[in-house]
Design a protein around this ligand. Sequence first.
Ligand SMILES: Nc1ncnc2c1ncn2[C@@H]1O[C@H](COP(=O)(O)OP(=O)(O)OP(=O)(O)O)[C@@H](O)[C@H]1O
Length: 340
Amino acid sequence: MLTLSRISRSYGDTVALDGVDFVVPDDTYMSLLGASGSGKTTLLRLIAGFEEPDHGEISIHQTRIDGQAPHLRDIGFVFQNFALFPHLSVADNVAFGLRYRANKALNNDTEIKDRTQEALVLVGLDGFGHRGVSAISGGQRQRVALARTLVCEPRIVLLDEPLGALDANLRARMCDELRAIRQRLGVSFLHVTGSETEALTMGDEVAVLANGRITQSDTPDTLFSQPRTAEAARHMNAWNTFDGTLCDGMSVKGEIAVRFDQMDVSAQGRAPKDHLRVHAQYLTGEFNGPTALSFFRAADGTLLQIIDHLSQPRLPDLIEGQHYDLHFPSNALRQFHGAV
Ligand SMILES: Nc1ncnc2c1ncn2[C@@H]1O[C@H](COP(=O)(O)OP(=O)(O)OP(=O)(O)O)[C@@H](O)[C@H]1O
């Protein structure tokens, strides 16, 4: 539905986006995952029309929208800090867009009231319309921001780190609510985040933005278990990525990835002969309740992690500073031919 082709945007010498190809299908919750500074906000601003790309095309259902004024694009934008009007009530914040938008503005008070009420019910704020926006919680403010966007019936909703300002418990609850609201409406959401967990939990599809491009766009399951590029693997916390030349037992070139739970540890020289081996020094361990993480440093300084599920412990007792063989079967290895 929303298609970006070869989109580039630079600020002086800083290349924020470098030929982005990206599709957000209809009726989809799309997560866009990227590190800080990877160009996520820039991408949203280009789609919304707050800025224009240097090169490339943006279209919705094959109709170009780049070059169009933002208010003519029918795109909703939920800002990280919610950007509500502090002096207006919840209902007036929601109604504002209906009343004052340049395109299809309403002036029938009954219709505005009904549409506002519908939007408040949709986001679970029935009965809160008369409150001031400073007299509600952070999660409720988030929902007002969403209602204000949804009331104008956008063709797609862009959410810039929408959960960033909420505490952890509220974030988990809003995750469920955002997904449920989107499903009820059937409109696509494009949710930008730096959190892998959030991206994988929320998205029907997850796209990874790195080095100014979309490096992979897939279902959460596929992205997590089969990252196709080193950049995508680096964004998945469960993967070690390292240079293939660190491996003993097989000649492996380029950057490779092995999942934390598919690596084992043994004393030097004791690893199974058919396994690939990486020599590394044990640094420290970290217990997280049902799991424990062990941290190692390889010869070139790369930090490697191994996870042990405490219900089925597999790692021997490790001594800080001592060297070990980390090993894994060759089918646990992901190689990225020609990837950066
Ligand atoms: N108006 C601007 N002028 C100059 N450089 C900019 C401008 N806006 C963004 N940049 C640069 O472009 C790059 C991408 O910025 P952007 O804000 O899109 O990243 P982001 O992924 O949203 O980061 P974060 O997660 O930290 O918000 C960064 O290097 C940033 O410094």
